[in-house]
Design a protein around this ligand. Structure first.
Ligand code: ATP
Length: 583
């Protein structure tokens, strides 16, 4: 329980609530003993005529009254138990999900390089659901059953210790069987979880790639991959259930063998005159009653073991250090300085080549700086390092003399706007999709930004205007329209540094004109970093940095680089020639 708190699956409040839930569950279990005790008393009265005694009706009416009171008590205890256990655990699990999502948001991008989306979804939804189930249905019941059974065991031992011993002697053996199967169950759980992840990966790939699958006629091939993954998942689930079932049933049989043992010992004591018939019969009744919770415990225990797999993954996730920094530092000058920086994406694999090698450059404040170079030379990586999506391995990046590693990533983001080629739009209204740039913006500011980004022409054509709800990832808009929405967002944010990544690639001439206009408004007076393949779009840049294989090869303005007749001039002429091609 404490370990759940330590790995932040349980908050302090959740930990306290769980303790309350266990107490409530124990009270419910003990309250359930009341009607049972009364039944035994009634049973004892009813047997009296067989022993030549008379039934006491006064006592019977008293027992009836007590029975009604006990039923009311059981109802109250159950109600309290429900509130303390279920309601508290669902609230706790909601808080856990938010905390996990918040932690994920603050993790460095290197973490996401080694994780895929379905694994993280499993973390947020699956593992939290398992924890929620175990917190509400397993831990309180297990602890409460353990406490109430121990109490009953002590009471029975006072009554007749030899019988009490035979009742409980099989219980530790049964528990040892379940605990002994832990290794095997862990292995099977791990395989089951892996199969589940693979299946959800396949489902995701199938749905995301449905256009390509249809266009390339891959339906059969991709569907059979999905079908196989689902079959493996089913096989693993059945295997896990069967093995768990064998151990649980075996353990339950051993516990139930205790009934036979008790009857045997009881008969032995009865014939030896060491116990009377009625107390013995009552003892048998109690035994049958208390075996119920023990059998339930045995089915709950494997679930607790399964939780360990989820908590292990959660522990890895929650103990991954987040990016930190001091959010207080204010920056006035936006000159970006790359000081001998080196960076590699993978530090673990053998092929961990540095993508950026000893790079030193200045990106002047209030000017346009273009990063150009062949595909894969590291242009996007440099922009990601400036935005602190990743931290450099060696060297430093400063903005206005402040090392960005000392800045809180969220604070740093406040200084930057991004216009990427692959625009992410949310399943929400156009208005809200633009407002993401600045959640404090007024309606007028949002529409003004949309106008400046040349969005109003297409928004006005939409039936709901600004209130039109976009499909998943803006599926109903064209590439150019999506790009203009992302520019509107950036305009609304009005950050002093603008990162443009391939913003006008793959657009038709009309859209390109609209977007170029919008971008001109966006970058006015800002420190701009442009990443572009098409060199004609950067000829007017104040500075061009030419990269090759993660190193700076040339620097300067267009005219000087052309005169230099180096890589830039070569790439520029190839592109000029290709512009003359026609199909
Ligand atoms: N997340 C990542 N994990 C591992 N390697 C990566 C990752 N992102 C990029 N790379 C590698 O780093 C190198 C530089 O990539 P980068 O995207 O910075 O190049 P680029 O110049 O922007 O390329 P392009 O112009 O084609 O977009 C490439 O070899 C690429 O394969």
């Amino acid at each position: 329980m404490r370990s759940l708190k330590d790995i932040q699956i349980l908050t302090d409040k959740g930990y306290e609530d769980l303790k309350k839930a266990i107490t409530a569950c124990t009270i419910t279990n003990l309250s359930l003993m009341l009607p049972f005790g009364i039944t035994i008393q009634v049973f004892g009265e009813m047997l009296k005529p067989f022993l030549g005694e008379e039934i006491s009706w006064k006592k019977m009416w008293l027992l009836f009254g007590l029975g009604v009171a006990a039923a009311i008590l059981v109802f109250i205890a159950n109600k309290n138990d429900y509130k303390k256990t279920y309601v508290a655990s669902y609230k706790e699990s909601e808080a856990t999900r938010v905390r996990v999502a918040e932690h994920i948001r603050k993790l460095p991008m290197s973490f996401f390089n080694s994780k895929d989306l379905s694994e993280l979804t499993t973390n947020i939804m699956g593992d939290c659901a398992t924890t929620e189930h175990v917190l509400s249905h397993v831990i309180p019941q297990l602890c409460a059953n353990g406490i109430s059974m121990t109490l009953v065991c002590i009471m029975l031992a006072f009554f007749e210790w030899r019988l009490a011993l035979t009742v409980f002697i099989t219980v530790p053996i049964a528990f040892l069987i379940i605990l002994g199967s832990k290794k095997l169950q862990d292995k099977l759980s791990q395989k089951h979880i892996e199969a589940k992840l693979k299946a959800s990966d396949q489902v995701q790939e199938y749905l995301e790639g449905i256009k390509v699958i249809k266009a390339c006629g891959l339906d059969g091939e991709k569907f059979s991959a999905l079908d196989n993954a689902l079959k493996v998942m089913m096989k693993m689930a059945i295997r896990m259930e069967v093995v768990t079932g064998i151990f649980v049933t075996g353990a339950q049989m051993i516990v139930q063998a205790g009934v036979g043992l008790t009857v045997f010992t009881g008969t032995y004591l009865l014939t030896g005159g060491e116990i009377e018939l009625i107390p013995l019969l009552m003892f048998f009744l109690i035994v049958v009653r208390i075996y119920g919770p023990i059998l339930v415990e045995l089915t709950l225990l494997p679930e607790l073991l399964y939780l360990q797999m989820s908590t292990k993954r959660m522990r890895t996730l929650m103990s991954t250090p987040i990016m930190t920094g001091d959010g207080e530092k204010q920056i006035k000058d936006f000159t970006i300085q790359l000081n001998n920086i080196s960076f590699r994406y993978n530090h673990t694999e053998e092929n961990n080549q540095a993508v950026i090698k000893n790079m030193t450059a200045t990106i002047p404040s209030g000017k346009i700086t273009a990063l150009v170079g062949p595909s894969g030379c590291g242009k996007s990586t440099v922009s990601k390092l400036i935005a602190r999506f990743w931290d450099v391995d060696t060297g430093s990046i400063t903005i206005g003399g402040v090392n960005i590693k000392t800045l809180d990533p969220e604070h740093l983001m406040g200084y930057m706007s991004f216009v990427f080629q692959d625009v992410v739009l949310f399943h929400d209204t156009i208005y809200n999709n633009i407002r993401i740039g600045n959640l404090n913006a007024t309606k007028e500011q949002v529409t003004e930004a949309a106008k400046a980004a040349n969005c109003d022409s297409f928004i006005d054509r939409l039936p709901g205007g600004y209130d039109t709800v976009l499909g998943e990832n803006g599926g109903t808009l064209s590439g150019g329209e999506r790009q203009r929405i992302s520019i509107a967002r950036a305009l609304l944010k009005n950050a002093p540094i603008v990162l443009l990544d391939e913003a006008t690639a793959s657009l038709d001439p009309e859209n390109e004109v609209y977007i170029q206009e919008a971008i001109s408004r966006l970058i006015e007076g800002k420190t701009v970093i442009v990443i572009a393949h098409r060199l004609r779009t950067v000829v007017t840049a104040d500075k061009i940095i030419v990269l090759q294989e993660g190193e700076i090869l040339e620097e300067g303005i267009h005219e000087i680089l052309i005169k230099k007749k180096g890589l830039y001039e070569h790439l520029y002429h190839i592109q000029q020639e290709s512009l003359g091609w026609s199909v």
